[in-house]
Design a protein around this ligand. Structure first.
Ligand SMILES: [Fe+2]
Length: 413
């Protein structure tokens, strides 16, 4: 390897383990004559593919290339990648971009599929002449669609890692070989949003290294993902169900409701410079939630779990917490929510149900310092909802179990 190649390895290291992913990202260097020279970049992937927005019949696959390209997915069953999927909108197939988001649809429930992502470099894009360069294939990966009639669900939850990418792999390793359906990031994975490279190196790379090529993750923002100059582009790098950071989905016996609690201070606070609108955003979510709790899939679920970043109790009396309480607390009780899981306070704690105030436990995960990080393991079958919270040494620091019959009994109180 040349000295030049070695000097570029910092950012490139994210693809070095990828085998087939041969991206080399250059940095300008100074020639002997003092002239700034942009070293020729080799076309490549910036990330491995990461799975988003899983359902029983669809899944979204995302990835990035370092140059503009035309990308697609080859996929199929039993190792035969005989189908292609593109992102097509208004008659045009998405191309000439680096950020790729393609949804595989019409899949079968509970089935294993294999896929690879393909990227064809676009060297020049003229109206009647597109010039292509190299074509790259990723390795082949597998995923399994959600099962429509599954009686079980298993989810791992992390929160408040605050730009500590090594925490993702560390916490997931605490799970050992216990199977799980998906991972949920409950906000504040970053301190604030700076650029694409931060999202790649602090989130996407550790996720694809650990799990995200084969197991999907979902994500709600905390009060830190809303900050910084890249916060308005941030949303493009993820794909939640409904395309929003508030959404609901059913997996196994649980209806999950995910809310975006927004910022922690008043919208008028000077630090936001007059360009946030979170009170209105939470009001919109409350209207959406009022409708959600009337839906059959919510009412008939064996258990109902809310995931949101800022707890509406036990988080001092900051505005993000009190306004979330005003917007959501009555609806949670009215909808007979079984559990609310949050982060934000950086102090892990299991708060038992407080009948008449919050008729459900509020679980708060910790972070971001070593010794304060947590991995929350949530499991359910049709009879029991159970949660276990591990600290970053793998020791249990909290748990909660709820039987379906016990819950019904509680409701009659
Ligand atoms: Fe927070």
């Amino acid at each position: 390897m040349s000295k030049k190649s070695i000097s570029r390895r910092g950012f490139v290291s994210l693809v070095s383990k990828a085998g087939a992913l041969g991206a080399l990202i250059s940095t300008p260097f100074i020639s002997k004559a003092g002239e700034l020279i942009k070293e020729e970049e080799e076309f490549g992937f910036l990330t491995l593919p990461y799975l988003q927005s899983p359902t029983a019949t669809s899944i979204t696959i995302m990835w990035l290339t370092n140059k503009k390209a035309f990308c697609w997915i080859d996929y199929g069953e039993n190792g035969i990648l005989d189908k292609k999927a593109y992102a097509s909108h208004n008659g045009l197939i998405e191309a000439n971009c680096g950020l790729n988001k393609i949804k595989l649809e019409n899949l079968e429930s509970g089935k294993v599929y294999q896929y690879r992502v393909v990227a064809k470099e676009i060297l020049d894009f003229k109206p009647y002449k597109v010039t292509y360069g190299k074509t790259l294939n990723s390795e082949s990966y597998s995923f399994k669609t959600f099962e429509t009639k599954s009686d079980n669900v298993s989810m791992l939850i992390m929160n408040d890692l605050h730009d500590r990418p090594e925490s993702i792999g560390h916490l997931i390793n605490l799970n050992k070989n216990d199977p799980y359906d998906l991972i949920f990031f409950n906000g504040d994975m970053f301190d604030y949003q700076t650029d694409e490279k931060q999202i790649i190196n602090h989130m996407l790379k550790p996720c694809t290294d650990a799990f995200a090529t084969k197991t999907p993750f979902m994500y709600v923002r905390g009060n830190h993902e809303t900050r910084g100059k890249f916060a308005r582009e941030f949303v493009n790098y993820f794909d939640n169900i409904s395309g929003n950071f508030f959404f609901a989905f059913t997996q196994g016996p649980v209806r999950f409701v995910c809310l975006d609690t927004g910022e922690d201070k008043e919208d008028t606070h000077p630090v936001y410079a007059g360009i946030v609108d979170f009170d209105h955003y939470r009001e919109v979510q409350a209207q959406w939630l009022a409708n959600e709790i009337k839906k059959p899939e919510f009412r008939k679920a064996s258990f109902r779990v809310v995931l949101m970043h800022i707890p509406h109790y036990y988080s001092e009396e900051e505005h993000g917490s009190t306004h979330s309480r005003k917007m959501f607390a009555d609806l949670f009780n009215k909808g007979k929510v079984d559990m609310v899981i949050c982060g934000h306070t950086h102090t892990y704690k299991v708060h038992d149900r407080k009948p008449g105030t919050h008729n459900y436990p509020i679980i708060i995960g910790g972070g971001p310092q070593n010794g304060e990080r947590t991995l929350i393991k949530l499991k359910a079958n049709t009879r029991k909802l159970s949660l276990q919270m591990l600290n970053d040494n793998g020791n249990e620091v909290g748990s909660y179990a709820l039987g379906k019959d016990a819950r019904k009994q509680d409701w009659s109180i």
